[in-house]
Structure formats: C-alpha cells, structure tokens
Design a protein around this ligand. Structure first.
Ligand SMILES: [Zn+2]
Length: 583
C-alpha cells in the first residue's frame, strides 16, 4: 500500500499570518436603519466561522447506498441534511492518497498541482522520494515521540485553499490538520499550517515547516496511542446485519490477526508490550478513527476554533478505512464495521461543533481521496476478467527486450505505481529508435493485466482526445515527475509490486483510471449550503472553489468549478449585501 513515510518542511511559523489589510467593511447593523425592530432570530455570520474539511481515505461513493441503513450518526446527518453529490469522481488516473488530498485541498488536478503519486522516482537524485519529502525540513515529535526525516508541502505547486484563506481572509485565521498519514495532514493544510500533525509508530509528530500546538504535548502524554493496546475490535451489530461473507475472499490480514473477528490489539505474538505489529493493527482499526476524532475535538476547544477573528480551518483525514480496505477489501465485514464506527465518531465531532461553534456557523465538506478495486480473487468469482498485474514482470520483459537490442542493463531505473522510469539517457535514445521502442511497448502489452501503455509525449499538455483513459492519464501527467511510459491495467486488475508467484502484502488497492477508484462521495453541509441530492457530475476538485466562494476568497488557479447548484442563494445574496465595500 503505497505508504510514504513522514514528510516535513522548513520554516518556523508560529502564527497565522500576515494578510492583506482589510478593506473597511460596513457591518450589517451599520447599513440598516434603526427603524426596524431587532429580530429575535440568531444572527447569521456573513461568512462561515470555520471550514471543516474531512477526508475518508479510500471511501467509495457506493458505500453510502450500501451501508447507510447501518448509520445513525455523522454520515447519516451529512447524507440527510447536507448536499450529497452522488456522481462525484476524480477526472484523472493517479487515484492515490497524496494526489487526492492535494486535489481536494487546491481545486486542481495533478497536471496543475504537481503531486502525481504518493511517491515517485526523482530523476535528479536517482532515488524514490515521497510527495512530502523535504531535505530542508526536520520532523519533530510531541511528548518525546521519535521520528525522522523531514516533510513539507513544498512539492505542491499551487497554494492550498487553506493558504489562500490565511492570506486573503480576515487576519487571525488558524489552519490545523490531523491524520495518521503525513501526506494527508500536510496536503490538507497547505504550506504553512499552524498545526499539521500525523502519527509515526505510535507518536504524534509534525515538522518545523509548520507551527507547533503546545497543548498537544499534554494530549500526547495523557492519551498515548498505546492505551489501546490489549483492546479487541469486535463487531458492533449482530452477524446477520452484515453483507457478504464473514471471511473476505483474498484478504491479507495484518500480522497477528486472523481473517475473521474478533481482532485483538496485541501485536504479533501477544507480546507483553506494544510492538510494530500493534501499531499496524491499530492503524487498521476503528480505534484510530476515534483517536483522531478526540484530537479534533480537543483542538476545537483548546484553540477556540470558529470563535476567532478570522475564518478558521480544520482538516481531518481518517486513514484507517484505507488500511482496512487494503487488507480486507470493500466487501468485508471489517470495512462495514469500520464505517459503522466512523459514523458514530463523525456524529460525535459534528455534535461538538454544534455545541462549541454553533449550528449554522460552520461549513463541512466530506470527500475521499480515492476508491478501491474489489479483491481480485473475490471479483473472479463473478467470472469477470480480474487478476493481478505484477510490476516486476513488466520490468523483466523490458530488460529482456532491450538486451536483445544491445541496450545497457539495467535499462529501467524504477517502476513506481504504474510509471516506468528508464535509466538516464535510455528513453532519449528510444525515442529515436522506433523499432526498439515498439518492441518494448509490445513486450509491456504482453504482460497479463496490461490494457495499454502510453508514452509521456502522448500525455503532455493534456491533449484533446476522445479516449477517456488517455484524458485521465494526461490529467495526472506532470513533466519531470511522471514516468517515461505509463502503464494502464485492465479493469479489475490490481497493480502489485510483488513478483508473480509470491504472496502479496495486501488484499487489494487503487491507483487506476477506472470508476471504482475515481468515484467518491462529496457531502457538503452547513453555512451557505443548500441541502439535497445532486445527480450531476462533480469532482473533488470542485470542493476548494466552492469553499473559496463561500469564504469570499479567490484561488489563483483551479481545474474544478463552483458547485453552484448546492449553494444557498438567499444566504449568499444576504452576505453580498452585508459585506459590500464602501467607496
Ligand atoms: Zn491506499
């Protein structure tokens, strides 16, 4: 599972920032005459006080229809009381975590924001780098937590919504994000969050690119992750309430767990204290979602989010659904129970926001960074063409082919995700050697599970094409970062880094231009939002432009559109009138 490590940045930011001087605004009370009686209705702020961006890692859009009968908490409220975009989908091929978070956060696609994968081959240093690796940054742990390397958002080529909000909004905006994963917390918060916090082997960590949150020191001491050691994850509902089989076909459980419930949080061999296996189990359990929720609630209280001078920003990315999905797949009891429990956590978070920020004072946007493909062995039961595309087999075919044409070996520097990077000089030579290049392309196409292979030149500058797959590949192509050749698997074929014949490390995955990876929910609720079910097409790249409009700021560039059909026009026009500048 494309996991990247920790990431960082380097700039000490203590405080939210310096913004443009505000144009003097005429307050609603000043423009209205005194003749009208004071209305008893609560005053609606002219802007939301808090923007809450929630990402559920690996949430397929169809989980709402399949699992909603299980829900009574936050998911239910967002679906019933919010604006629900049923046909939202990513328009690109690189459906991975860092990419999706960058898209939600900026309103742009990878061809614009430059985040093409969780990790890619860096041609300059000739090594793999993660999307957040920053040689100038240093990570640091709260409460003595050990961490390493450095991470930041410096590879993100456009400002995040949160960056623009801080720069353009009222002074005093605070930006805080949380996730188990560095890439998720960092991409949501942008370049200089007041707090971007993630987990590293049981500790809470950040980087010197961001501010530090002093209260987290006490939180980390009072609520160490290892407190969940010894607990057991059991099913919330009677067995008969779950869809499909008790034991997920083709699943690969984390070390120390069986393929069926209960799942004890006791590490690998029931060790006496938390070990690496325990932390992996914890990340693959709903306990981690509850932990992030508690972190978010504490932060709302400690920082008085939504009660400051500016519009505050809280981003929470729930990573566990991704780990559970990779291990057990989208038809498992594990994934269904994960969503039952996350529904409760989200309800808890929304109740807390109501109590502390006030109903109607905040706006929530919930989406996912990507979906997931069914476990191949499970899908094969339908008789459909499904399987595993083994990346090392692709590499071997290329090497064998080029050896016949007397090319130096190794010709391939790396295959990362579905991107093939040749050793320096090789691809330039191939471009002028049509016979050999064609032989290479044919060799790649002969590997089981390969549907197509594109050359970089076919994707650069997002050419107009009738092919939806090529369009999607081009939308996630970024020169210098993407591969020389890009492999497209067949539908329902899982891309795996394991060699054929060897057991793979996880049950299933994502990262293709197919709808099961691209189709995700968008749920909006709160300030300025018109509830309803919306059936038109939408993209997670539309979230930031929509929030920007609600907050009265301008994004420098975006590929998404404003989801105008879900705006409360009445609230918006009231807002326009009340915040018109005086001349
Ligand atoms: Zn994943």
């Amino acid at each position: 599972m494309r996991s990247a490590g920790i990431v960082t940045f380097s700039a000490l930011f203590l405080f939210a920032g310096i913004t443009h001087a505000q144009t003097s605004k005429v307050s609603p009370s000043a423009t209205k005459t005194v003749a009208k009686p004071v209305q008893a209705a609560p005053a609606t702020p002219s802007r939301p006080k808090l923007v809450v961006m929630i990402v559920v890692d690996q949430m397929r859009a169809d989980y709402i229809d399949k699992f909603r009968s299980h829900w009574n908490g936050g998911f239910k409220r967002l679906v019933d009381k919010g604006a629900w975009f049923r046909e939202a989908a990513y328009p690109y091929a690189a459906t991975e975590t860092c990419v999706g978070h960058a898209t939600i956060s900026t309103g742009s696609v990878p061809a614009s924001h430059g985040i093409v994968a969780n990790a890619w081959w860096d041609r300059e240093s000739q090594k793999m780098i993660t999307c957040t690796t920053d040689p100038k940054a240093a990570n640091a742990g709260y409460a003595g937590a050990k961490t390493k390397d450095g991470d930041s958002a410096w590879r993100l080529r456009v400002p995040a919504f949160a960056d623009e909000l801080r720069f353009q909004g009222n002074p005093g905006t605070r930006v805080v994000t949380f996730s188990l994963k560095a890439r998720s917390a960092i991409m949501l918060g942008g370049h200089k969050a007041d707090g971007a916090t993630w987990t590293d082997n049981g500790g809470l960590v950040t980087s010197n690119a961001f501010g530090t949150l002093p209260f987290l020191e006490g939180f980390a001491k009072a609520h160490p992750i290892k407190q969940d050691y010894g607990k057991t994850w059991t099913l919330s509902l009677p067995n008969s309430d779950y869809l499909y089989g008790e034991k997920a076909t083709g699943a690969v459980a984390p070390a120390g767990w069986d393929l069926t419930f209960p799942h004890p949080m006791r590490g690998k061999a029931a060790a006496a204290e938390p070990d690496d296996a325990f932390y992996q189990q914890w990340m693959t359990s709903p306990f981690a979602d509850t932990y992030l929720t508690k972190l978010a609630k504490t932060t709302i209280d400690e920082m008085s989010l939504g009660r400051g001078k500016g519009i505050d920003f809280l981003g929470v990315s729930y990573s566990s659904p991704d780990y559970v999905g990779h291990a057990f797949g989208p038809r498992s009891w594990e994934i269904q129970d994960t969503y039952i429990r996350l529904d409760k956590d989200l309800g808890d978070l929304l109740d807390h926001l109501d109590a502390k920020v006030g109903v109607g004072n905040y706006v929530v946007a919930l989406s996912a960074d990507h979906g997931v493909v069914p476990v191949p062995e499970d899908m094969q039961q339908t008789g459909a063409d499904a399987g595993v595309l083994h990346v090392p087999d692709v590499q071997q075919k290329i090497e064998d082919t080029l050896a016949k044409f007397n090319y130096p070996s190794p010709a391939v520097a790396r295959i990362a995700s579905a991107d093939i990077y040749f050793s320096p000089g090789i691809y330039d030579k191939l471009k002028n050697d049509a016979a050999t290049l064609n032989a290479v392309l044919e060799a790649i196409r002969s590997v089981p599970g390969v549907a197509e292979v594109y050359r970089a030149e076919e994707l650069v500058d997002r050419p107009a094409t009738k092919s939806p797959i090529r369009t999607a590949e081009a939308a996630s192509y970024f020169p210098g970062r993407s591969g020389d050749l890009l492999v497209v698997p067949k539908p329902y074929w899982l891309i795996s880094q394991s060699p054929s014949g060897k057991p793979r490390e996880y049950g299933t995955g994502h990262g293709t231009p197919y709808y099961y990876d691209q189709h995700v929910p968008i749920l909006l609720m709160g300030w300025g939002i018109q509830p309803g079910e919306y059936f038109g097409s939408a993209s997670p790249a539309d979230i930031a432009p929509t929030l920007a409009l609600l907050c009265g700021i301008t994004l420098s560039t975006h590929d998404g559109r404003v989801l105008s059909e879900a705006l409360d026009k009445k609230q918006h026009s009231t807002n326009q009138a009340s915040s018109a500048p005086s001349h």
